[in-house]
Structure formats: structure tokens, C-alpha cells
Design a protein around this ligand. Structure first.
Ligand code: ADP
Length: 460
């Protein structure tokens, strides 16, 4: 079997800050049915080393400095996971930085990650890179004959640093050009992945188009347009074993039907100090950052008194933590916990009626898939992967293969209030029909993985 190295800065269950970790885990597992796929990530200090052992070391020179990175290995779900350890890269409290701020030396941290990968890559036919943290590998391998595919999970994160980064990464002035890594006088590492990879993918067909526009191109729309011939969008999916309401490893009581959600509704209401399980329950789960539509949510919920319960679970920017704390203090039907808790998130998906996801942009989003599989109906904006995965409930057909939710035509408090009001009406009437329909739909990788496999086959 041909060998693929899947490179990611976070992979569930070892290190996770968002959807990239879920996708790295579930997509690589699916692709390993056709290829030998090894996964590689940094050995962050937060990773439990119990079943991880030393493998070997690689030595390299970056910008005149000699580095030795240690490679560790573990087998998980029958796949080989490799981990790169270097104190600079790994001995930190957070993966990338805290809340709003990335670590200042993230260029050197992920630069040495990429240099180490470029050496290990020699044993593989294809290297699958993900996001800016591994983008430099495409440049480092450009003359190696090893094929690279680069997946953009979120264009908002580009690895932008001052010009001096070029020299810290051992790159010459020839790269300080707008056709190379230069970006408005700075250095942009994502551009290395875009320019030097053989194929670029992003995580939904709609997002592949959106990132070529001024509004959602984050300054890279022109550059992406230039490479549009090798860019396509493939919709993400979820691991339907991990997110299986009937057999969820995080749930002791299984969700065998829509009705059995009530057990967890009562449990999460109690946990969050809310009352009255007969009322509709809306949740928000996600990174606390403007992308997720938090300004709209807070504005809408602080100015209206809606007869339902609302739970917010998320970690992220201090600005939103303060806003949500205030919102919860002022409304006894709104609760908020600023924590990252995988087990609790599964209970919330299981016990809730509606998911609030009015993102300003959403490359793909995974929450909506998880929610729909657990009989929780999403309220979404018509952007990116949300547009590709949630059909408006007004077009609901019982025999269709689509999943349904409330799709906002505009991200305004008026439209959001109206959707929430309509959701409560549905809750009091026909929710079971829609929820049960959504629970039966296919959210697995089966169809999207085929598209990645076609690309792999074309490349190697
Ligand atoms: P993004 O990658 O932009 O953060 P996605 O929707 O692609 O968003 O993926 C988010 C993933 O992270 C989902 O699996 C979601 O359940 C999970 N998640 C986000 N915040 C939390 C949290 N505070 N606690 C538990 N899980 C979370």
C-alpha cells in the first residue's frame, strides 16, 4: 500500500482546540482503509504519554541553528501516530497561545515542526498538510518529488508574522515577494501551502468559493484565485462511531430515540442551574470568538425575553467570556460555563432541542452535524459548510436525503429572534418529525473520503 503522512497541529484525542482535531482523527482513519496512513503532530506537554514511546531523533539546521527533535510513536485505533518533541515547540501551557493571543515565537515553533516533518516525509509517497502550522512543509519539499496536498480548515488563521520570520526560518529574500510569502509587508506562512502544494482543498464547496471573494478572502482572495485550478471544496464529516447517539462512549445512557433525549435534558439543566425541562432548550458550543456569531447572540438575547432556556459552553476570548457572564447574570434562563469539556459537550448535544450557530463565516462546522445526529435542530447562517449541510426547514420533505434546520437569510437580531420564535413553535408542535428525520441521515465520511481518495490516486 502507498504511504501517506497526515500532518496536523492537533489530532483528537491527543490535542484539540476545535474541529481540526476531530477531522484529523476521523478523516485519517477513513483514508487508512485504502492507504497506509501515519499521523504526526507535536508532543505537547498536555498530552498523556502513557502509551507513547521514544522512536528516534532527527537533526536539522534552521537559520544556522542546529536542532534535534525527538520522534515518539504510539498505536491508536490500529494506526501509527508519530509525535515530534522539541521543548520550544511542546513545553507550553496552550497549543498556540491563550485566548486572543498567539505565542510570539509560533513562527519558530511551527517552523521547526515543519523542518522535522520534511525529513520524515522522505519515507512517504504523499504528505497531507493541514492549515498554516504545517504549510511550510510544502515549500521545504518543493524539489523532493514527494507530492503534497494542503487542506485549509480556516482561512482566518494564516500564520502571519513580521518580515524577520523569513530569516528565523532560514528562508532567503527571494521569498519576500507578493508571489511568494510576502503579505502586506509581513510574512504569511499559509501562502507557502497555497503556492507549493500540488493540490489545495478546503472543507466545504461553498467555502472554496467564498475564500476567493473580497468579503471572506482575508486578503488572500487574489492569491487563491491564482491557484483556483488546484483548489476544491470537500465537505467535512464526523466520526459516526464517536458521535453515535446509540453508542456514545461519553454517554452511559444511550439515545435510542428522540424521546430518550429527555434524560440528558434534565441532567444538563440541573448541571447548569436551570429549571423547567418542559421549555425548549437552546445551546451554543464553540470557541468564543467573533466568527461564531457571539455578538449577534448576545445582542439578541440581552434585548429580548424569550420563554426558553439557553446554555453557552465555550472557551476563548476574554471579551466574550465577560459578555456571556453578564448575560447569564442578568437572565435566569441563560447559563454559561467557560470551560472546554468533551464529555459535557456530548451530553449537551444529547439533551438539547436546538443548536445556535449563527456564524459570520464557517469553513465547514462540525457542531451542526453532531447536533442533527443527536436529534438537535440547528439554527444557522447561510455560509460555508452550514450552507452545504443544513437545508431550510421551510422546505422539509420527509423522504429527502437532506438534513434540516432554521437557516437565517441575514445575521440580524430580528432574523435570529424570528428563527428562535419559530423554533419554539416547532418545539410545541412537530419537532419530533424533523428531529427523527435528521437523526437518520448520513453524516459519515463515506462520500467525502471518496473525493480525497480520488485526489490521492491522481497524485500518486
Ligand atoms: P472550529 O473548528 O471553528 O472550532 P467546528 O464546528 O469545526 O469549529 O468544531 C468544533 C468542535 O469542537 C466540535 O467538536 C465541538 O463540539 C467542539 N467544542 C468546541 N468548544 C467546545 C467546548 N467548550 N467544550 C467541548 N467541546 C467543544
Amino acid at each position: 500500500m502507498k504511504k501517506v503522512l497526515f500532518v496536523s497541529s492537533e489530532v483528537y484525542p491527543f490535542a484539540k482546540s476545535g474541529g481540526l482535531a476531530d477531522v484529523s482523527y476521523s478523516l485519517s482513519k477513513e483514508l487508512s482503509k485504502n492507504y497506509t496512513v501515519d499521523i504526526i503532530l507535536p508532543l505537547y506537554s498536555s498530552i498523556d504519554r502513557t502509551n507513547i514511546t521514544y522512536h528516534n531523533s532527527v537533526n536539522f539546521v534552521m537559520a544556522g541553528v542546529s536542532y534535534k527533535a525527538d520522534i515518539y510513536i504510539s498505536t491508536y485505533n490500529d494506526l501509527n501516530y508519530y509525535f515530534i518533541y522539541h521543548p520550544l515547540l511542546c513545553d507550553r501551557e496552550f497549543l498556540y497561545g491563550s485566548g486572543d493571543m498567539g505565542y510570539e515565537d509560533n513562527d519558530v515553533r511551527f517552523g521547526l515542526f515543519c523542518y522535522a516533518i520534511s525529513l520524515i516525509a522522505k519515507e512517504y509517497n504523499l504528505v497531507h498538510l493541514n492549515d498554516w502550522q504545517s504549510a511550510l512543509v510544502a515549500l521545504l519539499l518543493k524539489d523532493s518529488g514527494i507530492k503534497t496536498i494542503f487542506t485549509i480548515h480556516n482561512l482566518a488563521y494564516q500564520g502571519q508574522f513580521a518580515k524577520s520570520t523569513l530569516y528565523k526560518l532560514g528562508l532567503g529574500d527571494e521569498y519576500f515577494h507578493h508571489d511568494e510569502l510576502e503579505f502586506f509587508g509581513d510574512i504569511n506562512l499559509l501562502k507557502a501551502g497555497i503556492k507549493y502544494s500540488d493540490i489545495i482543498t478546503t472543507v466545504s464547496p461553498t467555502y472554496a468559493k467564498e475564500i476567493q471573494t473580497k468579503e471572506l478572502g482575508f486578503g488572500l482572495d487574489g492569491f487563491l484565485k491564482k491557484y483556483a485550478h488546484k483548489l476544491s471544496g470537500i465537505l467535512n464529516a464526523i466520526d459516526t462511531k464517536l458521535f453515535d447517539p446509540k453508542n456514545d462512549p461519553y454517554l452511559s445512557k444511550k439515545i435510542s430515540s428522540y424521546e430518550s433525549k429527555m434524560h440528558y435534558k434534565k441532567e444538563v439543566l440541573k448541571f447548569f442551574g436551570l429549571r423547567d425541562h418542559t421549555k425548549a432548550l437552546f445551546i451554543f458550543i464553540g470557541r468564543l470568538t467573533s466568527q461564531k456569531g457571539l455578538d449577534l447572540l448576545v445582542e439578541t438575547l440581552s434585548s429580548t425575553n424569550i420563554d426558553a432556556n439557553f446554555i453557552f459552553l465555550g472557551s476563548g476570548e476574554s471579551k466574550y467570556i465577560e459578555m456571556l457572564e453578564l448575560l447569564a447574570t442578568n437572565h435566569k434562563n441563560i447559563a454559561f460555563k467557560s470551560i472546554y469539556d468533551e464529555a459535557l459537550s456530548h451530553k449537551l448535544y444529547a439533551g438539547t432541542n436546538f443548536l445556535l450557530m449563527p456564524s459570520l463565516f464557517e469553513p465547514c462546522g462540525l457542531n451542526q452535524f453532531i447536533a442533527m445526529r443527536y436529534g438537535t435542530i440547528p439554527i444557522v447562517t447561510k455560509v460555508g459548510g452550514l450552507n452545504d449541510s443544513v437545508k431550510n426547514i421551510t422546505t422539509f420533505k420527509e423522504n429527502s436525503k437532506h438534513s434540516y434546520g432554521f437557516v437565517l437569510s441575514e445575521a440580524t437580531p430580528k432574523k435570529l429572534t424570528s428563527a428562535i420564535t419559530k423554533a419554539i413553535t416547532l418545539y410545541n408542535t412537530d419537532i419530533t418529525k424533523v428531529a427523527k428525520h435528521n437523526m437518520l441521515m448520513d453524516y459519515s465520511w463515506s462520500s467525502s473520503a471518496k473525493k480525497y481518495l480520488q485526489i490521492y490516486k491522481k497524485l500518486i
